[in-house]
Design a protein around this ligand. Sequence first.
Ligand SMILES: [Zn+2]
Length: 126
Amino acid sequence: MWIGRLIGYILIAVLGGKFARSVGGGGDALWHKFPAAKVYLFRRLVPKWAIGQAFGDLIFLRTDFQRDRATITHELVHVEQWHRHGWQFAFRYLLASFRAGIKHGWQHAYRQNKFEVEAYAREHEV
Ligand SMILES: [Zn+2]
């Protein structure tokens, strides 16, 4: 999805792309579905608690999680969600966090976001 890719490349440009490279692993079925998906490894993402983040076909992943199949599959589910919703996904995701925060309390806004619920539920798919 071009807008996600654009956000991703801007982030690489801002954060510096030297410490990024692509990897495979995890999400075997989903890699076949999204052959253009790429993983970029970062020593640390901002904010610090973040492990991975997908922008379109680009997955940013903390280096210490590069062998973590469940995490990679989780991020590939987000790639699928970007494909499903197109550029609207960024807004839908924020809206879903807002809804989850109102419904379940703000400390659960991330984990109860319907897109995260799906990604966590499917992260053991291979
Ligand atoms: Zn997620």
